[in-house]
Structures are given as C-alpha cells and as structure tokens.
Design a protein around this ligand. Structure first.
Ligand code: BES
Ligand code: ZN
Length: 878
C-alpha cells in the first residue's frame, strides 16, 4: 500500500529540459495483447544541460525490452516503475547520440483510454497530457519538440487502415499477412500531439484549395456503417479552414488533414497534428439521430480542434501550467467562429448568451469552491484535473477582454506578432500578453492579475443623478473573495462597456477601464435621470452588485439596444423573485408577453429570454443552500409563466412550425427551439390536456430535435404517455449508441415529479440495463454524471441517498477510468455551501471515498481538496 503524501507540481519549479530530441523514428507492431514499440531518437543537450547529467525518461505501465546507444547495447541504466534513468552517455552527453529503445504495451487491457487502446476492435491513441509515456519511454513534456517519422505494422485483415500524423510516405505488403505504412510529420511537435489510428475504418474525402492556392486533402474516418453521418462534420471543417484564413490570416500547413471518430473517448476531441481524434458524439450527425444542439456542437468542436493547429500546435505550451494559453485562446476562437456562422447580429448575441450561461452555471461555482484556481494554476497534483471550465471558459473570457480593450484590429495585430515571434516554440501566457501589449503599445501589467488570481471579481455599482447640475455619477468598486492559498487579491483591470439609456437616445456606448479598488466617472449635460446599461455584452467575467430598481430592469428588458443586457435584465428580475420565493408579477408577465409576440426578435433570443437561471447559478447567490426550496420556488415561478401565457404558448407552438423538408440552418433551429419551449410550457401548465400534442409530435417528427423534445416534455412532466414512448424510442434506435445515450441521459436527468417514484431508483435500474457499460465514458456520463451533476433536485435528497449513490459510483469507476471518476468526484465540491442535513451527509460521503486506500491520484486530489483547507477564507499563503 502506498502511504506517500500526494506529489504536487509547482509552476515556479519549471526548469528547461536537460536533454532534447531532434528526429524521432517509431516502429510500432500493433497487436491488441502485445504491441511492440521500437524508438530511434536523436538526443541533444537541452537548455539545462550539464556535462555528465543522466538522461531521465518517463514510462508508465510498459514492459522494458532493450536499450542501445549509438548502435551498441547499453547497460548503464536504472529502471523504476515510472522512470528510466540512463547514465554514462557518450562524451558525457555533450554530443548528439542515437538512443534506441524497445518496449511492449497491452492496448486491449487499457481501460483508462490514455496512451494506446482498443475500441470496438480498432486501435486509437490519446496522448494529451501525459499519455505518450504509456506508449514508450520518452521526454513526455510539451517543451521537447521533435520531428516524427512513424512506421505502423499490423495484420492487413484486422487493420486495413493505418494512420498517423502528417503525410503518407509509403505502404508495403509484408510476409504472413502483415502490412505497413510510414508517415512523416514535417513540423516539430511535442509528444502529446502524437497519434495513431488503425483498424477497419472508411472515409469521406474532399479536396480544397487554400488561400495560397495549395490543394489539400480532407478526410473524415468512421466505422463503415456511420459514413452517411459525416457530411456535417466535413462542412464544418471546410468552413473552419476558410474562417481562419479570413479572420486571422492562418492557413492549413499540411497536405492532408484527417478527423477520426471513436466511440470510447474520455474527452470531446483531440487536436493531434493532422490527425484529430474525436468522440463520435462530436462527428456523427443526421437529422433523424442528432438534435440541433448536436449539430451546433459538432460545428464548434470541429472548429476548435482545427484552430489548435495554429494556437496549440505551431505555437505550443512551455509546460502544463500554461494550458490556458492554447485552450482559452482556442475556445475564444471557436466562440467567435460560431458567432459568425449565425449570420446576424442577433444571432451573435444568442451565441454570447449561451456562452455566458455556461460560464455562470459551471465556472462561477468552480471559482468559488475548493478547486478554485487561476486560469494559470500555480500547483497541481494531477494535470488531468486541470482541464477545467476555469482554464477553458474563463480563459476565453480573458482573451476576449484583450479584444475589448484593444479593438478587433488591435487584437489581430497582437495575434500577428505572437505568431511572428513564437512560431515553432513552446511558450507561456506572459509571451502572449507581451505580444498583445507590444503590438498595441499598451501597458498590460495590471491585466496580468487575471492570470494569477482565482475567484470571480464582484463590482459594486453606485449611481447618482443630480437634476440641477444635469450630472450623472457612477462609482464602481471591486472586491474578490479569498481563494485557496490566496487570502488577498489585488485589483483587476476590468473593461466595462456601458451606455446611458435616455428617452432622447442621445448617449453612445463607452468603455470604462476599472483598474483601482474604487473609481468614479461623471457624465455631464444629462437632461434626465438615465437608466444604466453596464457590462454590456458581458465585457468582463464578473458579478455585478447593482441594486437597480425593478422599473429600470423592466425598461432594460423591453428596450436595451444591447441584446445581451436585455436578456440579462430579464434574468435578474426572475432570479430576484425566485430567491425571494415570489411568483412573477403582472408587469413581468406583460413584459414576457410583449417580448414573445415581438415580430422583430429572433425566436432563439425569445427562447433564451424565457429560460430561467440554472439552479446551480441560483445556489451561488445564497449564503446557505436549501436545494429543495430553490427547486420548488423555481418550478412554481416557471409554472406561473406557463399558465399566465398559455394562450401565447399555444399560438407560438403553431407559428413556429417549420413545414417542408428538414433544414438545419440557425433560423430553422431557432424556430424549433422556441416551439419546443412552448410545448414544454404547455405541459407545465396542464400536462393532462397537452400531453397528447407532445405524443403526437413524438410519433410524427422527421428529426431528432422534435422527437427528443417531445419525449423530454412527456418524461419531465410525468405524463402517462411517457412510458410507452420511451419503449418505442429505445426499440427504434437500439443500434445507435449516441441516441441510446440520449435515452439514458433523459431518464437520469428527470427532476422530481409529484406522484412518481424517485429518479434515483430509475437510475439504479438503468445501471443494471444490459446496454449500460462502465467502461464506455459516453454511457457512464449519460447515466451517472447526468444524475449527479445535472439533476440537482433529484440528487440532493435530505436522506443522503443521492450522495451514497455518488460514493458507490466514484469508487466503482476509479479503477476502470480515473479521469471519468475524478470528473464525477467534483459533484460534491460545494458541500460547504449547503444547509443541513445536506452538508453533513455530503461530508460523510466524501469521507467514505477519501478512506479508500487505492484511490487514483485523480480522485484523491479532488476529494482531499474538497475536505481539506477547513476554511481557506481564513488561511494565509501556505
Ligand atoms: N486538447 C483538448 C483535448 C484534451 C483535453 C485532451 C484534456 C486531453 C486532456 C481539446 O482541444 C479540447 O479542448 N477538447 C474539448 C472540446 C472543446 C470544443 C472545448 C473537450 O474535449 O472537451
Ligand atoms: Zn482544446
């Protein structure tokens, strides 16, 4: 049994590599039970080299076979479970030498899905962040960039297709039914971008011409029965390539670019150079099996991974603390791309609102809890735990703030300078900031605090209007609560877009740069008391503390020219009423009615304006959370909106029909979204009366968006029709894993319904279903994560049964797949925020998991941080 304290890695302990690699040749003979990996590496002194230093390679769960240096067997080495330390190097390591290693790994036994593994009989790799060490002994760190030539060998009957990064050099027939393919990637890359795929796959392909006139081959590889579901991913890839040329002047740099889909995958997708590997969920789509949300997600994930080719691959991270350098920037780029694909200004606003909802629902809670960290963390135990909404979504907000401060053209200048300075290098977040600062002659010193301080800043707004002086004053004061090991915070540089809304409409939008703890601005010649619209388009990722009257909020909700803030005012009104246990009043209902019936507004915007704040965001507004009380208040509020506007919902349901053949464009999708919200509201108002309408939609729909929405409305409102529709749905789609994931996920995320059994008892039944598999991440997420992370009112039961289920599930999953287990483990992060008896029951469950002596480092870090630091608010720097 291991009793060592968990190992921590610290950002400030970074040292450049002692040795580095130039050319790497890999020869991999694929066999599920015993894959032989031969490497031939040109080794050179690195930046921290000292003569005589040993070469220390990492390896994990490998069988070592042999080691040669400059062609000779070499015996001066030590081998521990995770390190291969090589001594007595030629000329004390001062000259380049050739290192050859042979080792063996076992893909069919690999359930962690890191390194080389088998999925449905085919071979795949996942190397980010530290998976390459499960393939061979290596300098598995992002600042060692090498050129790779890879030969793959396999039985041709088992693996007709052999893919790796870069360009195909040649293929060969070998004795005994084997064959080989050799690939060369001309660009130096870190090991985390290595990939191979082998097996029975087929592709669709297209040839395109890029801005310089070069011809490029694009391929999407899938299992043969999925070929007809690849068109949308291909279209998304082509659109991404054109967008990056147009917006950032960045061109595809390889002769071919491949995407491969795999059904067993820990994450969404991975940007391996020239050979992106995707979860099937983010590639395969057809109207009959994928929803509008699926189509939109595929477009943005394809774009995201493609955009990494420049932001991540050509310029990569010095170390994993810099992860937001590539992820925050690339999320920002994919958000901008998706916004541009919406085709209208109001469409852009819809995308922005969706992104901010996600940030508030997931990132704000993370930033206030025990796992809070700056977008550039200072310490981690397990890097896999730091692919967080903070690094990604807050990271993207930080990149967006540069664009807000510097303008779109200034941001482009900064990007150009970044590539000019750093192409082919492994760099830091500071390098990015300096490129932005230098290209624009702007001092961004204070802006650095966004990289080093955790927590969501709170900005208090005080306004004063002096009618006699015609003067309007705003005072903005910022604070930020302590975070783990950060008791005090320095002021952030906060860009706030604002506009004074006046009857004469004579004020323009301005940018206020809040840099001090408190600052006052005055506005002259203001003839009447204005209504303040601030943090427009969510220009900064903060909480606003602004006691605006309900009358002012209603004004903004009905007429702010910034669509984001229009939505925001509605959210704030609803939130305040729900938290005060109030139902919507006549005025708000009337404002909703007018908005719904406004012919100039986008259906997608209307849908968002009538969607209430998520429970997890409401929790963050409370000093002590009673989850059942919040659920009940929110449900009552929604039911009142449903009932008071029943006529409007019924009318919208008809008006938003999209007759004729199915179209997947944003306008049609927006109509379906609003129509299906109307359907759900009708069932909320009166399930018995309206359920037949939903059942009819379920049976007659020609697309998954409508079919699934109808089924969800029936299930969520406990309609008697739900049972048979669920059976029909399963039988009809039994062979389509992604659709069956939806079937599981819908039942696991059903909130409590009066008169129906608990969702937990359903989930326990689903876990015994023959189609449930603990080793398939998508299936586990659809059953277990959906329940524990996406269904708060069913999960947080006063008897603690949800938490018991959580602990059992974490403990069962951890030995199979620590990354998926650690994600689930985060469900109890905010336990200290809850009222009794929830809080004590959550703590008991956490302690039960923590007591397991064989936990992975992934789960160990999450539960020990949740339980530890009794109250970090009172702790100094450790
Ligand atoms: N580089 C990541 C994939 C990754 C994450 C690999 C963590 C290993 C560990 C990839 O670019 C990514 O960010 N994927 C996201 C989807 C994206 C659209 C935000 C994912 O997989 O969730
Ligand atoms: Zn990414």
């Amino acid at each position: 049994m291991k009793t060592d304290l968990p190992q921590s890695f610290r950002r400030l302990e970074y040292r450049p590599p002692v040795y580095t690699f130039d050319q790497v040749e890999l020869d991999i003979a694929l066999n599920p039970a015993r894959t032989i990996v031969k490497s031939r590496i040109e080794v050179l002194p690195g930046k921290s080299f000292e003569a005589g230093a040993p070469l220390v390679l990492v390896g994990h769960e490998l069988e070592f076979v042999s080691l040669r240096i400059n062609g000779e067997a070499h015996r001066h080495f030590e081998l521990t479970p995770d390190l291969l330390t090589i001594h007595s190097l030629p000329n004390a390591g001062k000259d380049q030498f050739i290192l050859e290693i042979i080792c063996i790994c076992v893909p069919e036994k690999n359930t962690s899905l890191m390194g080389l593994y088998v999925s449905n009989g085919n071979f795949f790799t996942q190397c980010e962040a530290e998976g390459f060490r499960k393939i061979t002994y290596f300098l598995d760190r992002p600042d060692v960039m090498a050129r790779y030539r890879v030969t793959l060998r396999a039985l041709e009957a088992e693996c007709p297709v052999l893919l790796s990064n870069g360009n195909l050099l040649n293929t060969e027939k070998l004795p005994n039914g084997w064959h080989s393919a050799t690939w060369e990637d001309p660009f130096p890359k870190p090991s985390y971008l290595f990939a191979l795929v082998a097996g029975k796959l087929e592709c669709i392909e297209e040839t395109i011409t890029t801005s310089s006139g070069a011809r490029k081959l694009l391929q999407i590889w899938v299992e043969p029965h999925d070929l007809q579901k690849t068109r949308h991913a291909m279209d998304s890839l082509i659109a991404s390539i054109h967008w990056d040329e147009k917006r950032f002047g960045l061109e595809l740099d390889l002769e071919r670019f491949m995407i491969v889909a795999v059904g067993d995958f820990n994450m969404g997708a991975m940007e391996n150079k020239g050979l992106n590997i995707f979860n099937t969920k983010f590639v395969l789509a057809q109207a009959e099996t994928a929803t509008d949300a699926d189509f939109a997600n595929i477009e943005s994930v394809v774009a995201h991974e493609y955009f990494h080719n420049w932001t991540g691959n050509r310029v990569t991270c010095q170390d994993w603390f810099q992860l937001s350098l590539k992820e925050g920037l690339t999320v920002f780029r994919d958000q901008e791309f998706s916004a541009d694909q919406m085709g209208s200004e109001s469409g852009r606003a819809v995308k922005r609102i969706e992104d901010v909802r996600l940030l508030r629902q997931l990132q704000f809670p993370e930033d206030a809890g025990p796992m809070a960290h700056p977008i550039r963390p200072d310490e981690y135990q397990e890097i896999n735990n730091f692919y967080t909404v903070t690094v990604y979504e807050k990271g993207s907000e930080v990149v967006r703030m540069y664009q807000t401060l510097l303008g779109k053209d200034g941001f482009r200048k900064g990007m150009d300078l970044y590539f000019k300075r750093h192409d082919g290098q492994a760099v830091t977040c500071d390098d990015f900031l300096m490129a932005m600062a230098d290209a624009n002659g702007k001092d961004l010193t204070q802006f650095k605090h966004w990289y080093s301080q955790a927590g969501t800043p709170r900005v208090k707004v005080q306004e004063h209007y002096d009618a006699a002086k015609k003067q309007y004053l705003i005072t903005l004061s910022q604070t930020c609560l302590p975070s783990p090991s950060q008791p005090e915070k320095k002021p952030f540089h906060i860009p706030l877009k604002m506009r004074l809304i006046t009857k004469s409409n004579d004020q323009v939008e301005q940018l206020l740069e809040l840099t001090q703890a408190s600052q006052t601005w005055s506005f002259e010649e203001i003839n009447e008391r204005p209504v303040l619209s601030i943090n427009r388009n969510f220009s900064a990722p903060i909480n606003l503390d602004f006691e605006q009257s309900e009358a002012d909020l209603l004004t903004l909700f009905s007429s702010d020219d910034d669509p984001f803030n229009r939505w925001e005012a509605g959210q704030k009104l609803a939130m305040q009423m729900i938290l005060n246990n109030r139902l919507p009043d006549e005025q708000l209902i009337q404002a909703y009615r007018e908005l719904l019936m406004d012919p100039d507004l986008d259906p997608a915007f209307k849908e968002l304006a009538l969607t209430l704040p998520a429970e997890s965001y409401l929790y963050e507004q409370c000093a002590s959370v009673d989850p059942q009380q919040i659920f009940t208040a929110r449900r009552a509020f929604r039911r009142e909106v449903a009932k008071q506007l029943q006529l409007e919902w019924a009318a919208l349901y008809q008006q938003m029909q999209t007759p004729g053949p199915f179209k997947s464009d944003a306008i049609s999708a927006g109509k379906r979204g609003l129509k299906n919200l109307a359907l759900s509201m009708l069932l909320d108002a009166n399930a018995t009366v309206w359920a037949p309408l939903a059942a009819n939609q379920f049976q007659t729909a020609d697309n998954m968006t409508d079919r699934y929405a109808a089924l969800a409305a029936l299930v969520i409102h406990g309609a008697k029709e739900a049972k048979q529709c669920l059976i029909d749905f399963y039988n009809h789609f039994a062979k389509d894993a992604l659709v069956i994931d939806k079937w599981f996920g819908l039942q696991s995320s059903r909130p409590p319904v009066d008169g129906l059994g608990s969702t937990l008892s359903e989930v326990m039944r689903l876990r015994e279903h023959p189609a449930f598999k603990l080793n398939n991440p998508n299936r586990v997420r659809s059953v277990i994560h959906s329940f524990c992370l996406n269904n708060p009112a069913s999960f947080h039961q006063a008897d603690g049964s949800g938490y018991e289920f959580w602990a059992d599930s974490v403990l069962a999953l951890d030995p199979v797949n620590p990354q998926i287990a650690a994600r689930l483990a985060r469900a109890l992060d905010r336990w200290r925020l809850f009222a009794q008896p929830y809080q004590d029951k959550m703590k008991d469950a956490l302690e039960r998991v923590a007591a397991c002596s064989t936990l992975s480092s992934d789960v160990r870090e999450v539960v020990s941080k949740a339980l530890g630091n009794e109250d970090f608010r009172n702790l100094g720097v450790q």
